[in-house]
Design a protein around this ligand. Sequence first.
Ligand code: IPD
Ligand code: CA
Ligand code: CA
Length: 281
Amino acid sequence: MAAIRSALINVMVRSAQKAGRLLVRDFGEVEQLQVSRKGPADFVSTADHKAEQALKAELRKARPQFGFLMEESGASGSETAEARWIVDPLDGTTNFLHGIPHFALSIGLEQGGELVAGVVYNPITDELFWGEKGQGAFFNDRRLRVSGRRNLAEALVATGVPFLGHGDPEGFKAELAALMPRIAGIRRFGAASLDLAYVAAGRFDAFWERDLSPWDVAAGIVLVREAGGFVSEIGGGHAPMMSGSILAANAHLHLPIGKVLRDAAGAGASGAGSPGRHSGL
Ligand code: IPD
Ligand code: CA
Ligand code: CA
């Protein structure tokens, strides 16, 4: 099917590309700063904020009536707004900081309590993943489908690893120990929005992570669902975006991988929400 981008998707893509150009320019600088004693941390934080401001300005110009939930500036204008943008201007900050070209801008749109559109853009590789509810998901102009793999033994699964002051290392170790010997491989690439986009593209068969924020996953959830995949909390609940616990996979592997992770985490694990409790966010 040929990709026909709606006016809404065009707004999102244009904004991501514009702010993406700023990030690409700053990424070039970061590579120089690696050798300095202080390192590039402050510079990267400024780059992150600049990209967010650029995104906000573009999105606001195109849809002044929409609100925002953004990683750096938080919620704004959303009290009465009919819809809100959920935005991470730089997902994969640690990669960016270390000169690793794997990061993205992530823009999700929530309307009437539902996620309705998503754009994830890697400005270095110029890979654009976009999707709109009911219209499908696309990579540049090609239709996306999740992978067709059915066997756990063939599955390549992405995850996020707890780090300094963040997450539950013991719980994660139990999940890893349970899943690792059953599957073909595990990857930790460091940008949750791209992990989800890669599931939508069939590159990864599944992705799971805990303790994420709405802006890490809003756009990616739309992509996976529109590519024919399933997204839930790890415990099975229906609020992956708001709970921060996410399991995304193709339709064949969602259940078996979820079972392995839940058995590993035990009955009292976080993210074990009851199905039907939430509105699908
Ligand atoms: C992070 C990335 C990473 C995930 C972290 C997130 P940031 O976002 O998505 O893959 O493991 O939990 O916080 O900080 O690079 O925007
Ligand atoms: Ca992020
Ligand atoms: Ca970020």
